[in-house]
Write a protein that binds this ligand. Structure first.
Ligand code: 13P
Length: 248
């Protein structure tokens, strides 16, 4: 496992892959990203092109995958359909999927199960809304989201968890490094209390991560990386973040 993990989530935004990766490589110059796993979760139609233009040391992810392998599910994509594309894994249960497409905790657990069974990496997203945080429900929400995942989270499971507080996503209002660490530490405690190896599952932070706050976040003991939306769309910004991750 790399020391730090930096994943881009391009969401439903078009990025021209060749121009992006040319500019990304230029911005890195001679610097090596050794010790950092860099990956890109991109729209389905860009997966092949991103794989073709990205350095072979970067990983490529879908942003969602159906829990079933085939069938009458119009508009959905399954692992057997994605497997021709040499991708590493998929985001699962992003808060935008939960919020706008009514994905349930049970469905997220099913997607995790299918993804691991087919031999791919799962990046499972969890996090509370602003209203839930204000009501003091952060840890009970996380308990509800994490509990159905527990049967699949063995220490050798090919899985990352991403704590993405919904109130920090796309708002420019990142959690402070202390707020993020408090929750990441709690998640590791929760996993340990449920028989998992502490630190066995890497934990990413997501929510307005950028070149200005990344270092403080990554210097926290239980923050193993970041899942980056808006700031990953500009290759110069994201290259800067990759270099910061390298130095942490
Ligand atoms: P932003 O970095 O744009 O807040 O998005 C975070 C996110 O949702 C990554 O999955």
């Amino acid at each position: 496992m790399a020391d730090k993990i930096l994943l881009a989530n391009w969401k439903m935004n078009f990025v021209e892959p060749k121009a992006y990766f040319d500019a990304f490589a230029d911005a890195l110059g001679e610097s090596s990203l050794e010790g950092v796993q860099v990956g890109f979760a991109v729209p389905y139609t860009m997966l092949a092109s991103v794989y073709a233009h990205a350095s072979s040391s970067y990983t490529v992810y879908a942003q969602n995958v159906h829990e079933r392998e085939s069938g009458a599910f119009t508009g959905e994509i399954s692992w057997p359909l994605l497997e021709s594309l040499s991708i590493s894994g998929s985001l699962i249960g992003h808060s935008e999927r939960r919020q706008y497409f009514q994905e349930t905790d049970a469905q997220v657990a099913k997607k995790l199960e299918t993804t691991l069974k087919r031999g791919h990496q799962a990046v499972v997203c969890i996090g509370e809304t602003q209203a839930q945080r204000e009501r003091g429900e952060t840890f009970s929400v996380l308990t509800t989201q994490l509990t159905p995942l527990l049967p699949f989270l063995s220490e050798d499971a090919n899985c990352l968890l991403a704590y993405e507080p919904v109130w920090a996503i796309g708002t420019g209002l990142s959690a402070t490094s202390e707020q993020a660490q408090e929750v990441h530490g709690w998640i590791q405690d929760f996993l340990q209390a449920n028989g998992k190896l502490r630190g066995g599952i890497p934990l990413l932070y997501g929510g307005s991560a950028n070149g200005g706050n990344l270092e403080a976040l990554l210097r926290q003991p239980d923050i193993d990386g970041a899942l980056v939306g808006g700031a990953s769309l500009q290759p110069l910004d994201f290259a800067k973040m990759a270099l910061i991750a390298c130095s942490c």
